[in-house]
Design a protein around this ligand. Structure first.
Ligand code: PLP
Length: 372
């Protein structure tokens, strides 16, 4: 019945668990006796209120989020937060400057967007070849910085920071873009002033960004000219419903949070992420240089794995395109690398199973055998 479904290793929007999709399908024409699809329900209805409240409860439980933090379901994807963060927090401290750790494409985008609104300090020099993260003792931090910003997983370059930077002073708020590794491991939310993640990787449908933010910092904000939908104060006061929220995406997020809980929560997701990425990196490292991933071991992402196929010491685009087309023939799709880095990219979000990853790894070994 589902034989036409392909295995999707895309960077997002990503594959969702079949169990969740079937559940959505079952209530598509009649949600919970309402006689409507969820997307046809008023966002002010009690049925939708229940959905968004359940979603909030589940994510609070999954991450042990204390009451001192607000949980917001906002629009505009993670990109909207690239603007909202400086608008709300750039003037938090006397320096009126924020520190940005740029480790790849997405933190670079965030830093450049923030520069429209004020003074941004790049903690490490700009690179055109991201392969890891410069040692903390080389970072140039601002005295009394308004906040410190970084991205915990660079989706395009495949660089993941497992640890929260330790060199940042205790009283500097830390803000993190967790879009691509959110819910793949547990972390201590109290170490952060704010984290955000767009939904289309590990909890569902695009257009929704989850923001978890310390309420006291939002209270301190003195900027009165923030566009209203970007203003955390307004969003908190209206429980994410100042205007119509992306109701269908919130509904899917609710399903995905409860699926994540049923799987055993973040401890299980962490183990799954470890296992899947391990078999892929083993395949790369045991390929005698046929497959190449150049990221420093310590920073290799468990979620997005970019690689090149090598021949005579250089990346070989012909082999790469034949890899991609043969993968499609074997029902494995969305493996093309981002145009910024080329090659192949394997994304292993929570909706991709170990079994599916093993199928890909078997394919990689066979492809190497047939092409070297
Ligand atoms: N940040 C990271 C780490 C991402 O991977 C992405 C999208 O792939 C974004 C931000 C942008 O997210 P959106 O397209 O939802 O704005």
């Amino acid at each position: 019945e589902h034989s036409e479904r392909k295995v999707n290793f895309g960077p997002g929007p990503a594959q969702l668990p079949l169990e969740v999709l079937k559940n959505v399908q079952a209530e598509f024409l009649n949600y919970n006796g309402s006689g409507s699809n969820v997307m046809e329900l008023s966002h002010r209805s009690s049925a939708f209120a229940k959905i968004i409240q359940e979603a909030e409860q589940d994510i609070r439980e999954l991450l042990s989020i204390p009451e001192s933090y607000a949980v917001l379901f906002l629009q505009g994807g993670a990109t909207a937060q690239f603007s909202a963060v400086p608008l709300n927090f750039l003037n938090l401290k006397s320096s009126q400057t924020a520190d940005y750790l740029v480790t790849g494409y997405w933190s670079e985008k965030a830093a450049k967007e923030a520069e429209k609104f004020g003074k941004i300090n790049w903690v490490v020099p700009k690179s055109d070849k991201y392969r890891g993260v410069p040692a903390e003792n080389t970072w140039k931090l601002t005295e009394n910085s308004s906040y410190f910003y970084y991205c915990s997983n660079e989706t395009i370059h495949g660089i993941e920071l497992e640890d929260i930077p330790s060199i940042v002073p205790k009283d500097t708020p830390i803000i993190c873009d967790m879009s691509s590794n959110f819910l793949t491991r547990s972390f201590d939310i109290t170490k952060f002033a704010m984290v955000f993640a767009s939904a289309q990787k590990n909890f569902g449908a695009s257009g929704l960004v989850l923001v978890i933010v310390r309420k006291d910092l939002v209270e301190k904000n003195t900027n009165n000219s923030i566009p209203v939908t970007f203003d955390y104060k307004v969003q908190i006061a209206n429980a994410s419903m100042y205007n119509t929220p992306p109701t269908f995406s919130v509904y899917i997020a609710n399903k995905m949070f409860s699926w994540t809980k049923r799987q055993g929560g973040l401890k299980s997701m962490n183990q799954l992420s470890d296992k899947k990425s391990k078999v892929v990196y083993e395949t790369i490292d045991q390929s005698n240089g046929f497959y190449s991933n150049v990221i420093e071991n310590k920073y290799r992402s468990r979620v997005n794995i970019p690689l090149r196929i090598m021949k005579d010491g250089t990346a070989n685009e012909k082999l790469e395109s034949s890899f991609l087309s043969e993968a499609v023939k074997s029902n494995m799709i969305e493996l093309k690398g981002h145009r910024a880095v080329g090659g192949i990219r394997i994304s292993l979000y929570n909706g991709v199973s170990l079994q599916e990853t093993t199928k890909l790894v078997d394919f990689m070994r066979t492809f190497q055998k047939n092409n070297s």
